[in-house]
Design a protein around this ligand. Structure first.
Ligand code: AG3
Length: 285
């Protein structure tokens, strides 16, 4: 018997991935968690039926959400990561010795436990001594923070279900307040391609533009996400994501990556015309 995992990307399009076997399936208090073994993409983590990562392409997402801000801000010491219970963002952050503290706020403890057990290549830095894990709602956590972080990474699910609060104006405003004066926030920004995703993208962009003086969007190719074309937001109180990039300083660190390079960093901010147009629409109104 053939087993297939399918995620609907629109009511008319779905992505199907062949499965060797299901390794884990469980219902936490917030969502369904599934882990599959697949012949083409390695292990796959899905929450409520949506692909969060596969072993084959997660490096693209995690490198882009971490190294882009790290190559711009020259002195990152305190980092807040929201969501990201799989540990992929923490693994990339752990490559920087100058980071002193990483606060990880994950609303669902079961996601962390499952990923530690079934996705060791992703969650391999969850025992880093600099890491402090809080099982809390990110929205509530940032409310109490002021002038504390150099970098905030919002590695959320889609803007419905448990991740919904992480796309609100209130949340972005609180992130602004939780950052130090030179702080940067990056967030997963959905895809511009299918209509419903594009609307979510525009909504998020509008709220970020209203909350931060500098707000830009960059892209990456993530094959297992809807349309494969994915965006990230870069919002900052001072640094510009391209003008303040110091590629040589980043290269001097000798960090090994498979997707990110400072050259790609610059190109990632050059968006297709239709995406620029979508974003401009909300920037001017
Ligand atoms: N978080 C964002 C995943 C969004 C994918 N959406 C979808 N498949 N419909 C990924 C978490 C990785 N740390």
């Amino acid at each position: 018997m053939e087993l297939w995992f399918s995620e609907p990307h629109t009511p008319n399009v779905k992505l199907s991935i062949r499965v060797d076997r299901q390794l884990y399936s469980g219902q936490s208090q917030l969502q369904r968690i599934d882990v599959y073994d697949t012949p083409e993409l390695g292990r796959l983590l899905a929450l409520d039926g949506y692909v969060m990562l596969t072993e084959k392409d997660e490096f693209i997402y995690h490198e882009m959400i971490v190294h882009v801000p790290m190559a711009v801000h020259p002195r990152v010491r305190q980092v807040l990561v929201i969501g990201a219970g799989d540990g992929g963002a923490v693994r990339e952050l752990a490559k920087y010795p100058e980071i002193e503290r990483i606060d990880l706020v994950e609303i669902d403890e079961q996601v962390i436990q499952v990923c530690r057990e079934y996705l060791p290549r992703v969650s391999c830095s969850m025992d880093d001594a600099r890491l402090h894990i809080y099982y809390e709602d990110g929205l509530k956590f940032v409310r109490q923070k002021e002038n504390e972080y150099d970098l905030i990474i919002v590695d959320s699910t889609d803007p419905f279900g448990p991740g919904e609060g992480l796309f609100t104006k209130e949340f972005y405003g609180n992130c602004y307040k939780a950052l130090r004066e030179e702080g940067i926030m990056v967030n997963q920004h959905e895809s511009p391609f299918y209509e419903a995703d594009a609307r979510a993208c525009m909504r998020a962009h509008k709220r970020i533009v209203e909350s931060f003086p500098i707000s830009r969007v960059y892209q990456a190719h993530i094959p297992t996400y809807p349309s494969g074309h994915w965006l990230f937001g870069f919002a900052s109180r001072r640094y510009h994501p391209v003008h303040d990039l110091d590629g040589d300083r980043w290269l001097d660190r000798g960090i090994e990556t498979r997707y990110y390079t400072p050259r790609l960093h610059q190109g990632a901010f050059c968006l297709p015309a239709y995406v620029e147009k979508l974003l401009r629409k909300v920037e001017i109104c």
